[in-house]
Design a protein around this ligand. Structure first.
Ligand SMILES: NC(=O)c1ccc[n+]([C@@H]2O[C@H](COP(=O)([O-])OP(=O)(O)OC[C@H]3O[C@@H](n4cnc5c(N)ncnc54)[C@H](OP(=O)(O)O)[C@@H]3O)[C@@H](O)[C@H]2O)c1
Length: 259
């Protein structure tokens, strides 16, 4: 067997269909690109059409199969409609990546019910609803990959974690519950845990050179994360290669969490 055939057997996503929420920006966009370049047909879901179109155009120019669905995943109706529309493009997905997320960061004393509800709706309820919509079908077909994007704030308080840290802690628990339910049927469910990644989500912090340098120094690798750092881990978790990895929280953080 050639090395190319060996690698394809392990990691190729040819013939797979993937849905990536938040796939038009930051970590989600890098993951959507990696899955598409590894052979999957990818549907990216987010609200802003301009970003969705730019993402899909870039992938199409690279010869990938990509499409977009615009939806507000912060509402239950929006999630349901997005799931139907996404499944209508190339059929039911084999791979679901939940990367859409918000981090509103009010001080704890000012954390009102609106912020709490909005955070839970997008960061936790949407991944739960999408799992309920797609997970049983994946199990029925005998193959599936569910990948959530959590945060180091699921494990430690960090710059006003507030509702955000709670939502991410629960998201990792959700992955374990989904793994328990569907792994016997070939559906693995895992979480990627970023440290500090330079994306639009934390544009304010990223623009502060002193604080970003201090955060980089807290990693072992010596720099902050880039969206592209998630490509390899995402392809691994989406592929056949990870069939025996399930219910796990996998840190992609340059060693930040263990330093
Ligand atoms: N960057 C970091 O340092 C870091 C660290 C730990 C964890 N994370 C997690 O990683 C994931 C991706 O973050 P990122 O840094 O890549 O953020 P980002 O660049 O801000 O991307 C967020 C994505 O979510 C979409 N989105 C936001 N609200 C939405 C809604 N109501 N409905 C549908 N889509 C929505 C955005 O598109 P629209 O605005 O157009 O809808 C965008 O595509 C998030 O879950 C985040 O919590 C990031």
């Amino acid at each position: 067997m050639s090395s190319q055939a060996f690698l394809s057997d392990l990691f190729s996503l040819d013939g797979r269909v993937a849905v990536v929420t938040g796939g038009s920006s930051g970590i989600g966009r890098a993951i959507a690109g990696a899955l598409a370049r590894a052979g999957a047909s990818v549907v990216v879901v987010a609200r802003r059409e301009s970003e969705l179109v730019a993402t899909v155009d870039e992938l199409a120019a690279d010869g990938c199969r990509a499409a977009w669905v615009s939806a507000d995943l912060g509402t239950r109706g929006g999630v349901a409609a997005a799931a139907e529309e996404a499944a209508g493009v190339w059929g039911e997905p084999d791979i679901l990546v939940s990367s859409a997320g918000i981090n509103l960061r009010p001080a704890m004393d000012e954390l009102d019910e609106g912020v709490w509800d909005a955070t839970m709706a997008l960061n936790l309820v949407a991944p739960y609803l999408l799992g309920q919509r797609f997970g049983p079908d994946m199990a029925e077909r005998g193959f599936g990959r569910i990948i959530h994007i959590s945060s180091q704030q699921a494990h430690r308080a960090f710059v006003q974690s507030g509702a955000y840290g709670v939502s991410k802690g629960a998201l990792e628990s959700l992955a374990r519950s989904q793994a328990e339910a569907w792994s016997p049927s070939g559906v693995t469910c895992n979480t990627l845990v970023p440290g500090f990644v330079m994306t639009p989500l934390n544009a304010r912090l990223s623009a502060d050179p002193e604080r970003t340098a201090a955060l980089a120094a807290r990693t072992m690798v010596g720099r902050n994360g880039l969206a592209e750092d998630f490509a390899g881990a995402a392809v691994f978790l989406a592929s056949r290669a990870s069939a025996y990895v399930t219910g796990q929280s996998i840190f992609v953080d340059g060693g930040f969490s263990v330093h």
